[in-house]
Design a protein around this ligand. Structure first.
Ligand SMILES: Cc1cc2nc3c(=O)[nH]c(=O)nc-3n(C[C@H](O)[C@H](O)[C@H](O)COP(=O)(O)OP(=O)(O)OC[C@H]3O[C@@H](n4cnc5c(N)ncnc54)[C@H](O)[C@@H]3O)c2cc1C
Length: 397
């Protein structure tokens, strides 16, 4: 090998030793890397792709804080502070928009009332039908008469945040890479893990070996590819979701995320409410097709005006790669009803995948000395990423 080749090989290889290696440049990995670096540790992030295109860029960008419960709520609330701080530091868009949940029936409204009664005053603001329409911007798209509203009311969830999923992860990675003692190496795969000689752990990568005191493997649903037995123990499956983007109707400027009855059937805090079983029975009776596709009818608007529309849920170990048109059509129909428009101009369709488990919403497993696998095994990884990272990094010796 000539000198030039040796030099270019050295330039492309990973450093031989750092305090922390993070595998995966999705939001969970980057949050761990950012908080480890904030703690003064040297950090290397390795990402197998040339840029992150996983779950973290395919979602709604909704930090769904209010609708979490128990430990997940604690993580979400902690994460909220970090989201806002890192938006400032790394320069990505984030807004304290809250979320609006629309209620089309008295049962839906009752679930919202029940949760509002259990939370501090002001966190969940109950809305009239007209207020719900106004928060959605329906008047701006031509549905000005409140009597035309299909809602009986709604609620505004004050503490929810929104980020732009298409740009956040790239901004955070670029910012991290510009920091002293932090770097992000793209097109670099983790191939295996072993005990280190100078440090606790050794990571074999497609660009050489690196030793570290701590390794966080944040590869989302692909945890089964690296640690099949751990994934089997946690009963990990892939959840695949159909999404679409549409041009925002003229004049629509929608700040909050918008949730509906099917959202209330999926998020823990609503599911715990006394009237939740009645809500499930009602949706089963009135709109069973939504349950058949595992719908969470919701949408957000990106800063460029594009609407992100979703979503359906299907659970398999290896996902069916094909998008099912009637599923998208059904979601689109229900979203148009909520927005009060006859049609939306679809510009993109895609499939997102996240890790799912009936065992629990978080997989945190020691997989080798100094090596911890971290996957969010429910559709809330944006919401809890920074809270989870804060907990894991502060637990380091
Ligand atoms: C359609 C959809 C909508 C969603 N909506 C929301 C929402 O609004 N709010 C919310 O809180 N959550 C939402 N979620 C869930 C959330 O997006 C995920 O939980 C979260 O993004 C998972 O982040 P991650 O970093 O673990 O995974 P990913 O973003 O998938 O990142 C994992 C990374 O690891 C890399 N990798 C894998 N194997 C290796 C290897 N061997 N070596 C190196 N790199 C590797 C991959 O290339 C990938 O870039 C949604 C998910 C989907 C799919």
């Amino acid at each position: 090998m000539n000198t030039e080749n040796l030099q270019s090989q050295a330039a492309s290889s990973v450093p031989s030793s750092v305090d922390v290696v993070v595998v995966g440049a999705g939001i969970v990995g980057l949050a761990h890397a950012a908080l480890a670096n904030e703690r003064g540790l040297s950090v290397l992030v390795i990402e197998r792709d040339h840029r992150a295109v996983g779950a973290s860029i395919r979602n709604f960008g909704h930090c769904c804080i209010t609708a979490q419960t128990g430990d997940l709520y604690e993580l979400a609330v902690t994460g909220r502070k970090h989201w806002l701080a890192y938006s400032e530091r790394a320069g990505f868009w984030a807004t304290e928009s809250g979320a609006v949940v629309v209620a089309r029936t008295e049962t839906e409204l009752r679930v919202l009332q029940e949760l509002a009664e259990r939370r501090e005053p002001g966190q969940i603001v109950l809305l009239s039908a007209a207020e719900t329409s106004a928060r959605l911007g329906r008047p701006a798209v031509g549905v000005a008469d409140p009597t035309e509203s299909p809602f009986v009311g709604g609620a505004w969830l004050r503490d929810d945040l929104r980020v732009d999923p298409r740009t956040t992860v790239a901004s955070l990675a670029a910012w991290l890479d510009s920091r002293t003692d932090a770097s992000v190496r793209w097109n670099t795969s983790a191939l295996g893990f072993a005990a280190g000689t100078g440090r606790t752990a050794l990571v074999r990568t497609s660009r050489g070996d690196v030793e570290a005191d701590h390794v966080f493997v944040c590869v989302g649903h692909d945890v089964d590819l690296l640690f099949p037995e751990v994934a089997e123990g946690h009963k990990i499956q892939r959840c695949s979701l159909q999404m679409a983007a549409a041009a925002g109707p003229d004049g629509l400027d929608l700040d909050p995320a918008v949730l509906t009855a099917t959202s209330m059937l999926r998020y823990g805090a609503f599911v715990e409410m006394p009237s939740a079983p009645d809500l499930l029975a009602e949706v089963q009776a009135q709109d069973p097709a939504l349950l058949d596709i595992g719908a969470n009818v919701m949408f957000t608007q990106r800063p460029d005006g594009t609407l992100l529309l979703g979503d359906s849920h299907a659970y398999q170990k290896t996902v069916e790669p094909f998008l099912v048109e009637p599923t998208t059509a059904l979601l689109l129909d229900r979203i148009q009803e909520v927005l009060g428009v006859d049609s939306l101009d679809i510009t993109e369709r895609w499939q997102g995948i996240y890790a799912s488990s009936e065992v629990g919403p978080l997989l945190i497993a020691g997989v080798a000395p100094g090596v911890t696998a971290v996957s969010v095994t429910a559709g809330i990884g944006m919401t809890v990423s920074f809270g989870l990272a804060a907990r894991n990094i502060s637990a380091l010796p």
